[in-house]
Design a protein around this ligand. Structure first.
Ligand code: NDP
Ligand code: 8X3
Length: 250
């Protein structure tokens, strides 16, 4: 069987790092991208340069993204699967108190960078009848206090995924939006600006989704028979469910 290649963004931590392990264990080659070069190098050291290629760049830098793509070694140049996973939430303040720079960073990373890499890789994904797995979030479907722009970016990811499917109709390319709920990764440490105690408190006793759970899900989706497409998949821990509407009174 031919060895397939996946480009997994956000491979230095959380879902992305777990997905690298899952796909390498399954015999795939992986292009692992993220900003933290040392973590990417550890992946290469662990699995070998023939199995993992480290592409260290900031997703918001389109020139660097294009250079990383142009510099792919021949063994990694044919991409069968794009896992658009890199992303972040910054802050939990209500909109009227939020930091505009944080809003822009979320849009630049979760939206602009995601569409830029997708646009760059689409021609070969079409040529290879490949697949795209976008990591959205339940925050794109359920409004919550402080979710403002983060949830907005994920609503974009979900709808972009559905619209991509329509445009790619008949191409054989599969597109999936995975929409996880609470998962314990570095996500909340990043969101809170490094508050590990707050992160630990959020997840305590909740039995949240693990990074390995999402990696297994991506693996399952990527290896379905070619006539099947999981178009949207919402996943929450059993401990999580939506809360009701609220009413402000005079
Ligand atoms: P982590 O913080 O553990 O991982 C985020 C990854 O994104 C890191 O590898 C980070 O790499 C990368 N990243 C962030 N900004 C950039 C950038 N500018 N350029 C390149 N890479 C970047 O969080 P998760 O694994 O939880 O998050 C992965 C995805 O899942 C995100 O899109 C998140 O929104 C989504 N998600 C998370 C949920 C959760 O509860 N954890 C639930 C639903 C969705 P580096 O810092 O090295 O650049
Ligand atoms: C992360 C899940 O519910 O914290 O996307 O927004 S949530």
């Amino acid at each position: 069987m031919t060895t397939k290649t996946a480009w997994i963004t956000g491979a230095t931590s959380g879902f992305g790092a777990a997905a690298v392990e899952r796909f390498v264990a399954g015999g795939w080659r992986v292009i692992a991208s993220g900003r933290r070069m040392e973590r990417l190098q550890q992946l290469v050291a662990r699995h070998g340069a023939g199995r993992v290629h480290a592409a260290a760049f900031d997703m918001r830098d389109e020139t660097a993204m294009r250079a990383a793509h142009a510099a792919l070694p021949p063994g990694f140049a044919g991409i069968d699967l794009l896992v658009n996973n890199a992303g972040l939430a910054l802050g939990t303040a209500p909109a009227q108190q939020a930091d505009l720079a944080q809003w822009k960073q979320m849009i630049d990373t979760n939206v602009t960078a995601l569409v830029s890499l997708t646009h760059l890789l689409l021609p070969q994904l079409v040529a290879r009848r490949g697949a795209i797995v976008n990591i959205s979030s339940i925050s794109g479907s359920y409004a919550y206090r402080g979710g403002n722009v983060y949830g907005g970016t994920k609503a974009f990811v979900t709808q972009f995924s559905q619209n991509l499917r329509v445009d790619l109709h008949g191409s054989g390319v599969r597109v999936t939006s995975i929409e996880p709920g609470m998962a314990e990764t570095e996500f909340t440490v990043v969101r809170t600006g490094g508050d590990k105690a707050a992160s630990d408190q959020l997840y305590a006793g909740a039995h949240p989704i693990t990074a390995a759970d999402i990696a297994d899900t991506i693996w399952w989706i990527a290896n379905l028979p070619p006539h099947l497409d999981v178009t949207r998949l919402e996943i929450m821990p059993v401990s999580q469910s939506p809360a009701g509407l609220q009413v402000a009174r005079d």
